[in-house]
Design a protein. Structure first.
Length: 341
């Protein structure tokens, strides 16, 4: 007989269809931190630095690539930027110009409460990993290996600024007569929640054209644009992908409500799987405002009480390495995956 372990968890119910993936979403760190260049330590420069750092943090929290200071809610927050500072420090830099980097960390609790008061929707810190795959035509560029390495590095740096977990993968060389986008096939063969394939083309005056196709939650989105250099091209591509992913998640999650539901965990038949369950619960505790109140276990039954609003719980299950939903009944059922970590 299978062992059945049940958990009663207070969660925020979210109306998003479960789609199991092997690769988990990541708990994004440093969402409330930003770095800004300062010419000196004057009060004027420091105030400018606080404001620019806060804008960078708001971009990560809201999932929007552009935060206009003309918006009333933005102006309200920016005007009080210093009041949200938890700590800050400086580091001297000499390139590209002599000056200082301001490293600012904002108070998570105070800033989150302010955004909630202003009714600004925030992107949960549990975010899907997006796989970037370059389809390269070696006939278009010289020194393609260095170009690919540099482009991927630019993607990773920009993704940190957007709070978007990314992975990268180079695809085999395509034939010179490829016709994009008809022959550019996007799929989730690597079991990532989302993947984007892109093709770089060299134009006149060293202009770079990017053709890209993103597949996220079984929906396809195409992008096409030109840029003057690799850094700008990578930045633009990450912005487009992050904007689309964040918008899709926020639109699908809608309003949440707190409710107690029964979660039934099947296939817990070894010490290893039990330890994985505990590790999974530990990860859940890292989500905003959540802690496990108590755990009671016997050989046949495990009762777990979690107190708090579990924002992002179902989203974390959506990309989980550990759990896979097996029932659409009111009592939610999950199986442990054999290939989890």
């Amino acid at each position: 007989m299978k062992r059945i372990l049940k958990a009663r968890i207070v969660i925020l119910l979210i109306s998003l269809t479960f789609i199991p993936f092997v690769v988990s979403a990541q708990m994004v760190a440093e969402l409330y931190q930003a770095k800004v260049f300062l010419n000196d330590r004057s009060a004027e420069e420091l105030n400018r630095g606080f404001s620019e750092a806060l804008v960078k943090v708001l971009i990560k929290l809201t999932g929007q690539s552009q935060i206009s200071s003309n918006l009333p809610w933005v102006k309200t927050i920016i005007d009080g930027a210093e009041s949200f500072i938890e700590r800050y420090s400086f580091e001297p830099v000499s390139k590209p110009h002599a000056g200082l980097n301001l490293l600012a960390t904002f108070d998570k609790k105070i800033l989150t409460q302010e955004l909630e008061t202003l009714e600004i929707r925030q992107w949960s810190s549990v975010r899907p990993t997006i796989l970037f795959k370059l389809v390269s035509n070696n006939e278009n560029f010289d020194n393609i290996d260095n170009l690919v390495e540099n482009y991927y590095e630019n993607i990773k740096h920009k993704a940190i600024d957007r709070g978007l977990p990314v992975a990268t993968l180079e695809l085999p060389k395509v034939e010179p007569d490829i016709e994009y986008p008809q022959k550019l096939q996007v799929n989730n063969e690597n079991k990532y929640p989302g993947s984007v394939e892109f093709l770089m083309k060299s134009g006149t005056n060293n202009v770079i054209e990017i053709d890209a196709a993103l597949l996220f939650l079984e929906k396809r989105q195409k992008f096409n644009f030109i840029a003057m250099n690799l850094e700008t091209a990578a930045s633009k591509l990450v912005d487009l992908v992050a904007d689309h992913v964040a918008k899709t998640i926020l639109l699908n999650f809608g309003e949440s409500r707190t409710q107690e539901v029964a979660l039934e965990f099947f296939n817990i038949n070894s010490r290893r799987k039990f330890e994985r369950l505990l590790a999974y619960l530990s990860e859940l505790e890292q989500i905003e405002n959540i802690f496990i109140k108590s755990i009671k276990a016997t050989s046949l039954k495990l009762e777990i009480l979690v107190k708090g609003g579990l924002r992002g719980f179902e989203q974390s299950v959506l990309y989980s390495e550990v759990l896979q939903k097996t029932s659409n009944r009111n009592s939610l059922q999950y199986n442990f995956l054999d290939n989890g970590r």
